[in-house]
Ligand binder design. Structure first.
Ligand code: BES
Ligand code: MN
Ligand code: ZN
Length: 480
């Protein structure tokens, strides 16, 4: 589509012939002042030309540095919507770098590359409008999740994090409800109250709801929201505590994905539950050996106060099951270090007794560029969770830490047991260095998988509702 002048094509071909190049996704070569013209020609690899190849290409293009402020990308004339979606997502995600907001407001982190406008040259722009809208909503939500997760813990105690989520949801038609400690205490949220007991700022529960008219399926998303995890009295060593501001990455991901669903007006009902608490050290901290009564009545013997995530998730899962009664229940959590031991940095552990749900999530992740690996829920390991004084032992020592945590959570899913999936995303929630679409730091992991999956759920349910009367506001992302 780009129709480069003949002399420029000749020089580009000569450059590639002279260089060792493989065309791997994101491989970038520059031809300065092609044909004496005052611009640069960037040649970028897209690998096999699949969505992920284009996503990586977009990320490298965004990172390349653009003193000119503008970039025009010529796509193949027959480029399909997945190509445009991948490229656009990569462009938006690749340029991200976290900047500390100055005020209390949720100011978006800006793109450091200097890129202000990107023009995509395609054969038929109308054909790509939906893909572009999906890319924009997904990227905006991913950057929101990254911003919230990168934020230092002193800027996001539970109530402040709830306010930031509410501020981010303001532009879309999603309703935000924040439940305070009194509400939680009156209803017996013993896990969330115990974990948050030692912190200077109390825990809370955020409910974020997108309720489109005519939706057939109700999805509940639960995200672990520990704003800082010291380990509690079972305190973490220095190295293990350093990055524990990221322990609310699951909550950030489910909130951001719900906002994206609302922005895209997907015809699927989504309720996100964010149990938010700081796991601190202090005289009012819960102790190893304490017995906690969760929402719904099950009890836990809290063997290790560093196994706090499952305690707050237990309440939220039971609440989702009993009060929201969703068709599908999915939780995301930075739950165990064992996730990385089993699967390494780049892969989340996926647990479900529902093959269809597990496969749908895994496939959505693969299409969106996030990897999930199905893990077993062996019934005989349940023996590790048996306690003499409570219904469950919260942190067994027998190993398989990510697996036993999932088995523990399953006990709280009640009637949703066969419609539930758990994702342990401790490992992929953080990137030690920039790589592909990831910047160093929080990755926003899970947003892309969830948004893609919600799109799939919505399209399986039938036609989309009429578009909104006025276009959705342009939040956060202003360029392109
Ligand atoms: N938040 C941590 C898990 C974690 C570790 C997330 C590293 C990301 C990176 C969680 O609360 C925790 O401390 N888990 C314990 C569980 C154990 C006490 C049963 C763990 O993994 O060691
Ligand atoms: Mn912990
Ligand atoms: Zn934790």
């Amino acid at each position: 589509v780009a129709r480069l002048p003949e002399d420029v094509r000749t020089r580009a071909a000569a450059l590639l012939a002279a260089l060792p190049h493989t065309g791997r996704p994101g491989e970038l070569h520059t031809l300065p002042r092609p044909g004496g013209r005052p611009w640069r020609l960037l040649l970028v690899g897209v690998g096999q030309g699949d969505e992920e190849g284009w996503r990586c290409a977009g990320a490298e293009l965004a990172r390349a540095g653009h003193p000119e402020g503008e970039l025009t990308v010529g796509l193949p004339a027959d480029a399909d919507p997945a190509t445009v979606r991948g490229l656009a997502e990569g462009l938006w995600l690749g340029g991200y770098r976290f900047r500390l907001p100055r005020g209390a407001a949720a100011e978006p982190s800006a793109d450091p590359s200097g890129l202000r406008r990107v023009t995509l040259l395609v054969g038929d722009p109308d054909r790509h409008a939906e893909a572009l809208a999906q890319a924009r909503a997904t990227a905006a939500a991913t950057l929101l999740a990254r911003d919230l997760t990168n934020l230092p813990a002193d800027r996001k105690p539970p109530a402040a994090l709830a306010r930031r989520v509410a501020a981010a949801a303001r532009g879309v038609a999603a309703a935000v409800t924040v439940r305070d400690v009194d509400w939680l205490a009156a209803r017996g949220f013993g896990g969330l109250l115990a974990v948050g007991a030692a912190a200077a700022q109390p825990p809370c529960l955020v409910e974020l709801a997108w309720r489109p008219r005519g939706a057939r399926t109700h999805v509940a998303l639960v995200g672990k929201g520990i704003t800082f995890d010291t380990g509690g009295l079972s305190i973490k060593p220095v190295a293990g505590m350093r990055l524990m501001r990221k322990d609310m990455a699951g909550a950030a991901a489910v909130a951001a994905a719900t906002i994206a669903a609302a922005e895209l007006r997907l015809p699927v009902r989504v309720t996100a539950l964010l149990p938010l608490a700081e796991n601190a050290v202090g005289g009012s901290a819960f102790r190893p050996g304490d017995v906690i009564r969760h929402y719904g009545g099950l009890t836990s013997e809290t063997t290790n106060s560093d196994a706090e995530g499952r305690l707050v998730l237990a309440d939220a899962l039971a609440y989702a099951d009993r009060r929201l009664r969703p068709d599908l229940l999915v939780d995301l959590a930075t739950l165990t270090g064992a996730n990385a031991v089993a699967l390494g940095k780049g892969t989340a552990a996926l647990y479900s007794d529902n093959d269809g749900l597990a496969d749908a999530l895994r496939r959505a992740g693969a299409a969106a560029g996030e990897r999930l690996w199905r893990m077993p829920l062996p019934t005989d390991y349940l023996a590790y969770l048996s306690s003499d004084v409570a219904d469950l032992y919260s942190a067994p020592e027998q190993g398989a830490g990510s697996v036993t945590a999932a088995l523990y959570l399953r006990e709280f899913t009640g009637a949703r047991r066969d419609r539930w999936a758990h994702v342990d995303m401790s490992a992929p929630s953080w990137a030690d260095r920039a790589d592909g679409v990831l910047a160093q730091g929080a990755t926003g992991w899970g947003v892309r998988t969830l948004v893609r999956w919600l799109i799939d759920v919505a399209s399986a349910d039938g036609p989309r509702p009429p578009p909104p009367a006025r276009p959705a506001p342009r939040r956060r992302i202003s360029r392109a």
